[in-house]
Write a protein that binds this ligand. Sequence first.
Ligand code: BG6
Length: 369
Amino acid sequence: EKGGYDTFMEKEIHEQPHAVGDTLLGRTDEDGHLVLDELRISEQQLKDIDRITIVACGTAAYAGMVAKYAIEHWTRIPVEVALAHEFRYCEPIVSERTLVVSISQSGETMDTLMAVKHARDLGALTVSVCNTHGSTIPRESDAVLYTHAGPEIAVASTKAFLAQITACYVLGLYLAQLRGGSYADDAAAVLKELHQVPGKIEQLLGSMGRVREIARFMADTRSVLFLGRHVGYPVAMEGALKLKELAYIHAEGFAAGELKHGPIALIEPGQPVFIVVPGPDTPHGLHGKVVSNIQEIRARGARTLVIAQEGDTAVEPFADEIIRVPATSPMLAPLLTVVPLQVFALHLSTAKGLDVDQPRNLAKSVTVE
Ligand code: BG6
């Protein structure tokens, strides 16, 4: 049942090209336009949306953070991400023109369910991004956009995360398509590129040998930091979460721009730091800014583990290790950059002799508040 892999998690990591591909499947017509009749929300209602709030917990919330950057960029609709357990208690501002998107693999997470109910009571339109057919959250929502990752058995989420990001991209690109004009043209170009991502993940998974080696050498490590910027910021957070969950190692993710506002004080000789580097064509010169961050922490003795696009030579002088990912446009990069971090956590957990699929104290779906 593990398909030749030692653990469900390893199997699920390798199923990620399909999780992304299947989540895209059947959602475009022959002209390449997105068709989301399954949403059963009128086009007019969707066009009237003036604000989006994403509610989720854990890994799903990081998928939401990625979605915020992408959907705002593609649609210019303001997007907020709220942890589901905070949402209800912060007097959320929603109206009938607010789209509340919940993200949940299981569809049973109590905090997320309660947030959806609360949003609905306040009159918002609710869409569930969910991996489990017939589960509670989709039933309690106005509409559902299923992720097609297949059953996820390992407690720590991997393929569901990629599928959640993909479904959010689909939703954002669909809203952009509805807006028409240059929004629709740009969305069509991104969608074309998105269809190439499963092949790139496949290619990436074939080159993870060095990541496994790095993880094996780090079995005694007590703390690992993760830096990212733009869509790489939630990826850094997810990398840290995977390491906490699977290897019980203290791990923290930061926005790279925060470094000088505090976290740089943590850097001491030998401190391992993963850096998720934006592609060189990321707007606003963010690539160069992150390269400077790498330089700064390395000068203070950090051991820099750099995740960078193929062909990005600027990182080379400051990297102790370079993990290469295939090039893609900036918004889609998380579907690739997170993969080495998942693989790293998996092998570090294995190196420590831990139960990868069933980490201590965690449950696959948390159905209590
Ligand atoms: C946690 C799981 O408790 O719930 C995480 O261990 C998951 O892996 C989170 O991200 C949210 O779960 P769901 O099912 O709502 O996506």
